[in-house]
Design a protein around this ligand. Structure first.
Ligand code: FAD
Length: 469
């Protein structure tokens, strides 16, 4: 899609943004127009860099009046091309960087949209609190981005997705008006919840400019282990047992395969084999508790029993923080480790937890039947039913040939997901990349209702027009 923006609109935008508030310099724009894996490259007539909510409102107001399309961007870590403009104005939140308040009585942090997740963690830590959303991209991913994509991550099992962690939102709606919904209430039962509509809207219903986020106590007792299991079926049994035995102390339960670990070790410097012997499947488990020694004790009881009963084949519990980080580094590099292996069909799917192992079995059998040469890496947040199911081309094969079969191959995987009442996008959203796929599985009744909401708020479809329904 090419969208041409009239010169007078560009001039008006520059005028409201002022010096330092916009750029057309190709070097300045380049990192914002390229997706980190190199899968998408964008184009924009203007990078808008508002510094205040009022400036965001002025930009969106001009765009609304003139029918000019806008794409909001935070840290540019999104994986579905929602943040890469194709001719729209690119509105970056990089200068909306203030932490407006942090309060240990309300257990809340009020942060502007461009604050990174890592900076939120740091600020929370400084008042002995924790914001429990953890992503491998947290050094760059922003408050506005994680809210707009309803990001998941490794602690969803215990704390839920971003949707469960937001108390309030300040946003500029598609007509340019500012909505101050920055409440910090745990209970507010006053009809439709506008903030929940904006969460996960991927920039289509306005620009989030700030948010109040829930904080939690720091859990000082923590244990991290990597265990080997025969197959994902045993992993699911272990998860059920872990939930029963640890009284809710399970915080992360992450599946990895031998091939995923091999790719990570081969392609990412500094990683170590998590166990001495090699196995087909692994689970990284983390327990956490506020009671001294409780997480470590729970982990020990769980693993001792599971080893005795033959549910796990091997286990290593991290003895130091550095060892725990080393285990996590292997998990966090499951995606990065595949990059050097060539083109891959990425599937970010969820099914009911009880069906995960069946999904992996069925999808793998179907993929091998479709193309026996592919290399499959399944990994992810199995504790909450989310599997990243990546199908990489054969060694030495052509990227182009593999990419050309993506739609056909992915359709097979997604049909299996749908047959299990799952979702074709568990946590990354739909962006421009997956909206067409989602339309194949959403009911017309739902799509019609969603479109009606969008039209009501954004009749000219100026906000992220390539994204969603
Ligand atoms: C290494 C790596 C690991 C990742 N791991 C996870 C994971 O475990 N779980 C997970 O859920 N995701 C994960 N992601 C995906 C990504 O980090 C998340 O989607 C993140 O929430 C995006 O934040 P961002 O600030 O980079 O947003 P961007 O990529 O800049 O934007 C994402 C979307 O949000 C919109 N948007 C951004 N800011 C605003 C705003 N202020 N107002 C309105 N719309 C806005 C954009 O238009 C776009 O549609 C990972 C990505 C990488 C690179």
């Amino acid at each position: 899609m090419t969208i041409s923006v009239p010169a007078d609109v560009i001039s008006r935008l520059k005028a409201v943004l002022g010096e330092g508030g916009w750029s057309q310099d190709p070097d300045r724009l380049a990192p914002k127009l390229n997706e980190w894996r190199g899968r998408w490259e964008g184009v924009t007539p203007l990078l808008a860099l508002p510094k205040t909510t009022a400036e965001v409102a002025a930009v969106i107001g001009i765009c609304a009046e003139s029918g000019t399309a806008v794409t909001p961007q935070g840290g540019n870590t999104g994986l579905v091309s929602g943040q890469i403009p194709q001719g729209e104005i690119l509105l970056s939140t990089e200068r909306l960087r203030a932490i407006r308040d942090i309060d240990g009585f309300d257990d809340v942090i009020v942060a502007e949209a461009g604050v990174t997740l890592a900076a939120v963690h740091e600020a929370a830590d400084a008042i002995a609190r924790r914001f429990p959303l953890g992503l491998a991209s947290e050094g760059s991913a922003t408050v506005g981005g994680v809210i707009s994509t309803n990001a998941g991550g490794t602690q969803v099992l215990r704390y839920g997705t971003t949707r469960n962690l937001v108390l309030g939102v300040e946003a500029v709606l598609p007509n340019g008006e500012i909505w101050n919904g920055l409440k910090r209430l745990r209970k507010d039962n006053t009809g439709y919840d506008l903030k929940q509509l904006l969460i996960g809207a991927e920039g289509t219903l306005g620009v989030i400019t700030a948010a109040s986020l829930k904080l939690f106590p720091i859990l000082t007792s923590r244990a991290t282990a990597v265990v080997a299991v025969t197959s994902p079926h045993e992993a699911i049994k272990l998860l059920a047992r872990a939930k029963e035995m640890t009284g809710g102390a399970i915080e992360a339960f992450e599946l990895m395969s031998r091939l995923g670990i091999t790719f990570a070790l081969k392609n990412i410097p500094g990683l170590r084999e998590p166990l001495e012997s090699r196995y087909d499947w692994y689970v990284l488990i983390e327990t956490a508790s506020g009671e001294p020694g409780a997480a470590e004790g729970a982990m020990e009881r769980l693993l001792t029993g599971a080893l005795e009963d033959g549910l796990i084949l091997d286990a290593a519990v991290a003895q130091t923080v550095a060892q725990s980080r080393a285990f996590w580094a292997v998990r966090e590099n499951q995606s990065g480790g595949q990059k050097a292996e060539g083109a891959s069909w990425k599937h970010d799917v969820s099914v009911p937890v009880s069906r995960i192992a069946d999904f992996i079995d069925q999808a793998s059998a179907a993929m091998i039947a479709f193309d026996p040469s592919v290399r499959i890496v399944a990994f992810g947040h199995v504790g909450d039913g989310n599997v990243h199911y990546d199908v990489t081309r054969a060694e030495g094969a052509s990227d182009e040939a593999h990419s050309a079969r993506r739609d056909e191959g992915s359709r097979i995987v997604h049909d299996i997901v749908a047959s299990m009442d799952g979702s074709i996008s568990a946590e990354h959203g739909l962006g421009a990349a997956k909206t067409a796929d989602a339309l194949l599985y959403k009911s017309p009744v739902e799509v019609e209702a969603l479109r009606a909401i969008r039209v009501a708020l954004d009749p000219k479809r100026i906000m992220n027009p390539r994204v969603l329904f």
